[in-house]
Design a protein around this ligand. Structure first.
Ligand code: FAD
Length: 347
């Protein structure tokens, strides 16, 4: 085997949460052939295979991952002309997401500027259909290429086949569990208008009296807003929003709004309303900036659970479960985790 395979590798520092145990086996695949080799190795050893991106949306158990952890070392990004004057951005699975955004904006291509500074890889972006500031990956995704571990075949899936919805896709479900995303293709618009209608972005430009922001201005605004609002990964551990924003019926929202006047809600489909959980954590539960030892909710974005240093995965999970229970007691809504629990959680 050409690929270098290591044993008992610490994963804590390969995640943004900075917690969790080691990988029994660890490898970096530099090309499609090596992904195939890794899959064969895991099968021969009779162990699971987990694809690790930048570890920014996972909580690995303290026992670690008793299988093969595979990182993709593939990171090429290319741009091609497409139909109707559009441009296709094709990125390999291991490419750093924000590099795609930066390069697209430099080429004056619109579509992903609002997704600036989201941590992670291109390969992980479809997994939870990343989204921010009124945009999501589904707005630009054309196709993904995957290696199907069960059938040992590379194939291309169109956007529809990826089953993208709010922080969801087939890759998080049984039918997509055997797929390693090796490439993604995004359709971008040369000289397209930035989307600035999202409140935080709109306010940013209004207060600065910028009436016709460019794509570069929009990227700068999003980077600025995020830098101020979100934890600094150099200082603390976090995986961003720990929970999804709950989606409730119009009736449920009305009832909650009677108990908690001012409860925000955004219509996402007919009769369905998305509630910002951060508002509930802050105004209903009083949990903004709440801390127990080395774990807490972040002061300026309580949806982010923070490891202030030295927290175990067990501590973080227990804290998150407690937060979820408090929300349920107050509102009847049990928040769903956005962060994925990975590894062996047996006590
Ligand atoms: C500070 C901070 C802010 C964040 N803000 C946002 C935000 O605004 N919007 C948002 O949507 N998310 C946000 N996130 C979450 C996170 O950045 C995204 O979910 C990101 O796409 C995860 O990428 P990753 O490479 O780190 O994936 P990982 O965390 O390493 O993996 C996540 C999942 O994807 C799977 N996976 C990874 N690569 C592949 C692949 N090539 N093929 C198949 N499966 C794969 C993994 O097996 C795992 O199940 C934030 C996180 C942090 C820490």
């Amino acid at each position: 085997m050409d690929m270098k395979l290591e044993k008992n590798i610490a994963l804590r520092t390969l995640t943004t949460m900075r917690a969790g145990g080691p990988a029994r086996f660890f490898a970096v695949a530099e090309n499609d052939a090596e992904i195939g080799e890794a899959v064969s190795f895991a099968e021969a050893e009779g162990v699971s295979l987990f694809v690790l991106g930048e570890g920014s949306n996972i909580l690995i158990s303290d026992n670690g991952i008793p299988g093969l952890v595979l990182k993709l070392g593939t990171n090429k990004i290319s741009f091609e002309d497409y139909e109707k004057g559009q441009t296709l951005l094709v990125a390999e699975g291991g490419a750093h997401w924000d590099t795609l955004v930066e390069e697209a904006v430099l080429k004056n291509l619109s579509g992903i500027e609002n997704l600036s500074l989201i941590p992670g890889t291109a390969g992980a972006a479809p997994v939870q259909n990343i989204g921010a500031y009124g945009r999501e990956l589904a707005d630009t995704l054309l196709w993904v290429e995957v290696f199907d571990r069960d059938r040992k075949k590379h194939k291309r899936l169109g956007k529809k086949e990826c089953g993208l919805s709010y922080r969801e896709s087939i890759f998080k479900k049984k039918e997509g569990a055997s797929l390693v995303i090796t490439r993604i293709a995004l359709l971008l618009h040369p000289g397209g208008e930035p989307q600035t209608s999202y409140k935080d972005v709109r306010d940013y430009f209004e207060t600065r009296h910028i009436s016709a922001p460019t794509l570069a201005d929009t990227r700068r605004a999003v980077v600025d807003i995020r830098t101020r609002k979100l934890p600094d990964l150099a200082k603390v551990g976090t995986a961003g929003s720990f929970f999804k924003n709950p989606i409730v019926t119009k009736k449920q929202h009305e009832a909650l709004n009677t108990t908690y006047p001012g409860l925000p809600g955004f219509v996402v489909a007919k009769g369905s309303i998305k509630i910002p959980l951060a508002w509930i954590l802050d105004h209903v539960c009083g949990l903004r900036g709440y801390r127990e030892g080395t774990v807490g909710t972040y002061e300026s974005q309580p949806l982010a659970i923070v490891n202030y240093g030295g927290a175990t995965a067990k501590d973080i999970r227990a804290f998150a479960d407690k937060i979820a229970r408090i929300v349920e007691e107050k509102t009847g809504i049990l928040p769903e985790r956005e962060v994925l629990l990975v590894g062996d959680w047996a006590a």
